[in-house]
Design a protein around this ligand. Structure first.
Ligand code: NAI
Length: 303
C-alpha cells in the first residue's frame, strides 16, 4: 500500500502518469517532485538542448537533497537519485506523451495565445480521461481551457518557486470543472506531498491576489517619499513577522514578472485601485533593472 496513494480516491482512476510541458524554472521542479513521489513523468520542451540543461539542473538539485538525506550512505544517495531520474522521460513533441497520460501540467511561457495553441493540439491527441491543468500565475484558467473541448476536465495547479521547497499548491476550479476532476487534482497535489488549498478562477488566485497589491502598495509608499525600501522591509519583517520584506520579495520574484501581472490585471480591471500601475516599478523595468536576475532592482545584488 503506497504512502502516496490516497485511500479516498479509490473510486477514481489514480493519476500515475503525468506530462509536464515546459521544463523551465517551474516545469522542471514540478517534474522532479512528481517523479520523487512515484509518478511516471514525461517532461516536454522545445528542444533537446533545453531538456538536457533542465535534467542537469534537476540532477544538481537532487544531489543536494541526497547529500542531506543520505549523509552516511552515498551509495543509497546515488540509487535515490537514479530512481527518480529514471521515472522522467524527455520529449520535444507534446502530443506523443499526451496520447498516453493521466494528467497534463502546462508550465510554458505566460502567453494566452501560445498556451491556447498548445492545449488545442493536446485536446486532439489525449484520451478522454486525461485531465488538463495550467500552472499560469496571471491568466484566467477558463480562457486557456476555452481552446479545448474538455472544459469539465480542465483546472489549475498553481505551484510556487522553488517547487521542491515550497509546500503549497493552489488548486483552481473554473465554473466548468467537474467534481471528479477537481478531486483528482487535489488528490494529485497531496500525492506530491504538497498542502493544497482550493480557489475559484479569480485573478491571482489566493497568494498573488494578496501579495502583488501588497508589493505595489509598498512601492507607492516609496513613490510618495513616505519611507525607504530598507525601512519598509525591516518593518514588515520585524513588525509583521514576514520572512522577507516586499522589496526583497519583488527583487526575488523579478520586477518584470510583477509588472507583467499588474499590467494584465489593470488592462482587465482598470477601475480597481489595487491594480494601478506604478511609475517607479515601470521605470526600473524599462532600465533593465529586474531584481536579482540582473544584479539590480530595488537593491543592488552584485557580489
Ligand atoms: P521559464 O521561462 O523558466 O520556463 C518556460 C519553459 O517553457 C522554457 O523552458 C521554454 O523553452 C518552454 N516553452 C515555451 N513555449 C513552449 C511550448 N510551446 N512548448 C513547450 N515548451 C515551451 O518560465 P517559468 O518561470 O517556469 O514559468 C512557467 C509558467 O509557470 C508560467 O505560466 C508562469 O506564469 C507560471 N508560474 C511561474 C512562477 C515563478 O515563480 N516563476 C510561479 C508559479 C507559476
Amino acid at each position: 500500500f503506497s504512502r502516496s496513494i490516497s485511500a479516498s480516491s479509490s473510486a477514481m482512476a489514480q493519476i500515475k502518469h503525468v506530462t509536464v510541458i515546459g521544463s523551465g524554472l517551474m516545469g522542471s521542479g514540478i517534474a522532479q517532485v512528481a517523479a520523487a513521489t512515484g509518478h511516471n513523468v514525461a517532461l516536454v520542451d522545445q528542444t533537446d538542448d533545453i531538456l538536457g540543461k533542465s535534467m542537469a539542473n534537476m540532477n544538481k538539485s537532487l544531489q543536494r537533497v541526497a547529500k542531506k538525506k543520505f549523509a552516511d550512505d552515498p551509495k543509497g544517495g546515488e540509487t535515490f537519485i537514479s530512481e527518480i531520474i529514471s521515472r522522467i522521460k524527455t520529449e520535444t513533441d507534446p502530443t506523443v506523451p499526451a496520447a498516453n497520460t493521466d494528467l497534463v501540467i502546462e508550465a510554458i511561457v505566460e502567453n494566452l495565445d501560445v498556451k491556447q495553441k498548445l492545449f488545442k493540439s493536446l485536446d486532439e491527441a489525449a484520451p478522454q480521461h486525461t485531465i488538463f491543468a495550467s500552472n499560469t500565475s496571471s491568466l484566467p484558467i477558463g480562457d486557456i481551457a476555452a481552446s479545448t473541448k474538455r472544459l469539465d476536465r480542465f483546472g489549475g495547479l498553481h505551484y510556487f518557486n522553488p517547487v521542491p521547497m515550497m509546500k503549497l499548491v493552489e488548486v483552481i476550479r473554473t465554473p466548468d470543472t467537474n467534481d471528479e476532476t477537481f478531486k483528482s487534482l487535489v488528490d494529485f497535489g497531496k500525492a506530491m506531498g504538497k498542502v493544497t488549498v482550493e480557489c475559484k478562477d479569480t485573478p491571482g488566485f489566493i497568494v498573488n491576489r494578496l501579495l502583488v497589491p501588497y508589493m505595489l502598495e509598498a512601492v507607492r509608499l516609496v513613490e510618495r517619499g513616505d519611507a525607504s525600501p530598507r525601512d519598509i522591509d525591516t518593518a514588515m519583517k520585524l513588525g509583521a513577522g514576514y520572512p522577507m520584506g516586499p522589496f526583497e520579495l519583488a527583487d526575488y520574484v523579478g520586477l518584470d514578472t510583477t509588472k507583467f501581472i499588474i499590467d494584465g490585471w489593470y488592462e482587465k480591471f482598470p477601475e480597481n485601485p489595487l491594480f494601478q500601475p506604478s511609475p517607479l516599478l515601470n521605470k526600473l523595468v524599462s532600465e533593465g533593472n529586474l531584481g536579482m536576475k540582473t544584479g539590480k532592482g530595488f537593491y543592488s545584488h552584485k557580489k
